[in-house]
Design a protein around this ligand. Sequence first.
Ligand code: DGT
Ligand code: MG
Ligand code: MG
Ligand code: MG
Ligand code: MG
Length: 304
Amino acid sequence: MAGSKFAYVRNFELPDPLLPGTFMVFRLDGHSFHRFSEKHNFAKPNDLRALQLMDHAAQDLMEEYPDIVLAFGESDEFRQVQVIVESRLLCGASLELGSETVTPFTKMPEVLDTTEHWRDIANHPSSFQDPTSPWLICKDRVDFDLPFHVFLLLYPGEQQVRDYFAWRQADTHINNLYNTVFWALVQQGGETTTQAHATLRGTVSKDKHEILFTRFQVNYNQIDERFRKGSVLVREEITDSVDVSLPPSSQQGGHTAGDAMTEPPRTKIAQTKRGVKARTKAIVLHCDIIKDDFWNARPGILAG
Ligand code: DGT
Ligand code: MG
Ligand code: MG
Ligand code: MG
Ligand code: MG
């Protein structure tokens, strides 16, 4: 059909809009998550188990896709930066390849939809104390539907990537402070949601700290760092690196394919530039990524 009169439509396949050599940041955001959280009675403003579940899903993705070097999650969203080192991509990615790299992120609902992690968390004894626990409902996969919006952003340099994540963490802080005071006013202060919004209108950060401390004896700075700073996922090398030039049977004290079952869970062999295979795992931190310390401690984290 190549020479048919219809073939001209091929000319509409325009060149790739993805810029070569850029950082790809994937932003995933739960669609209508407020409805999902209400339906399953999530704790307000932060449901620890929901956030842990998001972290689990992000860890799974990072372990499946070694190009993801950093992820940041808060509320119903995760942002992950992928450094593309393959030359074919640097030479000019195609739209098709772009959509392939989006695939891991569109898999997030699928990851969330596998009962595995719901079960891990639902099996926690505290989940069974409350018969209306969303974790029991989710465990049985009743009415479980959680789609995500996926956005792709391209940033040309490391500084923009750093600033992007700094912006997200600053936003996490602002939102969490507001939500923490807001729900304290409603749940402990007996205000309606309208009254609580009115109480907070025009207040600055210092006023919110003050309300929390004087009215509810809460020191905001002592609230779980997970809520104040979000989740930061980075790859950490596990020390026992092995030489790739060795045949598999002579590595790691003669492990064979059958030993795969004895591998510690949640680890991944990633090929590094030095030609050694390093075992890495994605770890979850709740730390500051705005100041330099995080980046200074991980030089080259964005170098691929
Ligand atoms: P969207 O993204 O425009 O489709 O709509 P939403 O509803 O997903 O809104 P979004 O993403 O702007 O904000 C996240 C919503 O999810 C927000 O209404 C609060 C809710 N949410 C997130 N995490 C938690 C949680 O841990 N507990 C509770 N109760 N709600 C949460
Ligand atoms: Mg959302
Ligand atoms: Mg929204
Ligand atoms: Mg959101
Ligand atoms: Mg293909």
